[in-house]
Design a protein around this ligand. Sequence first.
Ligand code: NDP
Length: 332
Amino acid sequence: SKILVTGASGFIAVHVVHEALKAGFQVVGTVRSSDKGDYLTELFSKQYPGKFTYKIAEDLEAPGAFDDAVRGVQGVLHTASPFHFNAEGKALQALVNPAVNGTKSVLKSIKDHGTEVQRVVITSSFAAILDPARTPPVNYTEADWNESSPAESEKLGDKQASQPAYRASKTLAERAAWNFVEKEKPQWDLSTINPPLVLGPILHQVNAPEKLNTSVSSVWGALHGSKSEDDLPGALGCVVDVRDVAIAHVKALQVPEAGGERFAVTIGQFTQQGVVDVIHDASWIPEELKKQVPIGKKGNYNVTQNNLSGAKAEKVLGVKYHSFKSTIEDAL
Ligand code: NDP
């Protein structure tokens, strides 16, 4: 059958497209430019000839932007959403509105034109689960919601800083999706995938290191002098491999019991020390790079931080997580 992946050019989305093609789906992706669409067509053309096509959806918020793309597909994976921390002074416009209105717009297009759609999977985030008002360490699960960021965001408007605005954007977008389902009672059901920090190898088009997506750029930074001894051990937060996030999206389309459920996908908490340990242990990394990387105290991962359980995705979706070492090594 045929599915739609929105924002197909993104770090996570290209892996999602790849896993969907592997699973035998025909995939339509939306992208913002033909350059990005052509890159993807070329990327998948040899292994999956004719199975990937793209449509342009330039503006997430434009009414009817996805009308054309949802026609004739049986599943929709909505990943497109701004993820960066460069929105100071225009946080609503740059982060919150595209996330929330983009989600509403996709769902409206499905309602109007996606008559064959049976399931919608939305890329949400740990940001919609973790409540910054709660003091760490908290053991989070899918039952938790970020209760404080939406109100904070509403109060601050454009004046909010990028990080809290991003958290609000993901919380409000996911809430909007569940509210849509409750109100409209559509023929399809909804699942959300809620990853924390996503790392691992990249397949998407990146022309220069400074153009790397937000999460992977932190690994690039760690290898190129962005960390000091003072940053170690330091919390990294919870982590997951992009390949596992991609499989979770595809399984969430296929597994009947996934309908109506949120799925945290993660191997749990890690530390900055963990990243530098992987770098120093990798014999193939040149010494001139390793010289810029602090050593800290190998194996000292003792940090008080929040945790997130990825057990439900293992059980219901059958996700088998990559190790932290392979996630970081393959990103490097
Ligand atoms: P990327 O920045 O690589 O991908 C974001 C995607 O959304 C791209 O396809 C991008 O298009 C598109 N997009 C962003 N802003 C707009 C906009 N205003 N209008 C139209 N399209 C837009 O990031 P990720 O792959 O990491 O993120 C994908 C999803 O995963 C997001 O929903 C993000 O919130 C979520 N997520 C990511 C995590 C991570 O650690 N990476 C953790 C948890 C959740 P273009 O390529 O043209 O820029």
